[in-house]
Design a protein around this ligand. Structure first.
Ligand code: SF4
Length: 220
């Protein structure tokens, strides 16, 4: 299989997942940080806590007005809550410069926005790109450990550098927000359902065209 066929194949297997990352743009900016090193159920619990505690129109502004201890208490179910509170507060401080208005950020070019997000303490490339793609609808491909795993197993391509993996996908697929949003979602779905740490190749629909399987069978 060629890399350019992966999206269509995953779509056939899993069906459309649409935008995939749930929530409003403001909620996505928050959940992009909360989801680090935890599962989505915990993130949902935290978002419930936040929505119950913050009643105003601007979720980001209201959350920023709460003291750090209160934010830490709200996000406790997401784990690493002290670190995540600091990261969240740092992001909110940055957003304050734009009056907590994400539309104002959208007007900036993607590479400038990315540079600015990466300067925020605790925001790495994966989180910055998730915010760019899902909250700000900028055409940038999100790379995570599942992306690297699928690349390695299906195509036998091993790249450790984040930007290299991103470039590979972005040179093989057109810069398209909807496509990148759904593609990342499909990669995660596939990794969770079939290509888990111990892969379930026997039941995986990609088994006939996957390098990992042919290597296991001694064909390459
Ligand atoms: S065949 Fe196995 S290694 Fe290949 S994608 Fe499916 S689960 Fe992963």
């Amino acid at each position: 299989m060629r890399l350019t066929e992966l999206y269509r194949k995953l779509l056939e297997i899993h069906g459309s997942v649409g935008k995939w990352w749930p929530g409003t743009p403001e909620e996505i900016a928050i959940t992009a940080i909360l989801t680090q090193n935890t599962n989505w159920k915990n993130v949902e619990r935290v978002m419930e806590n936040i929505k119950n505690a913050v009643k105003g129109n601007n979720l980001l502004k209201e959350l920023d007005s709460l003291p750090e201890e209160k934010v830490a208490e709200l996000i406790r179910p997401a784990g690493f809550f002290n670190i995540k509170t600091k990261r969240l507060k740092a992001l909110l401080k940055f957003l304050k410069e734009y009056n907590y208005n994400l539309s104002r950020l959208r007007d900036l070019p993607t590479h400038i926005l990315r540079e600015r997000l990466l300067k925020i303490k605790g925001i790495g490339k994966e989180t910055a790109d998730a915010i760019l793609l899902y909250a700000l609808e900028k055409p940038i491909f999100v790379v995570d450990s599942y992306t690297r795993r699928l690349l390695k197993r299906i195509f036998n391509i091993e790249l450790n550098d984040y930007d290299e993996v991103q470039r590979l996908f972005m040179t093989h697929y057109p810069e398209d927000v909807r496509l990148y949003q759904e593609f990342h979602g499909l990669i995660v779905e596939h990794a969770k359902k079939f290509c888990s740490k111990t892969p379930k190749c026997g039941v995986c629909p990609l088994k006939k065209e996957c390098c990992h399987v042919s290597q296991m069978n001694g064909f390459s």
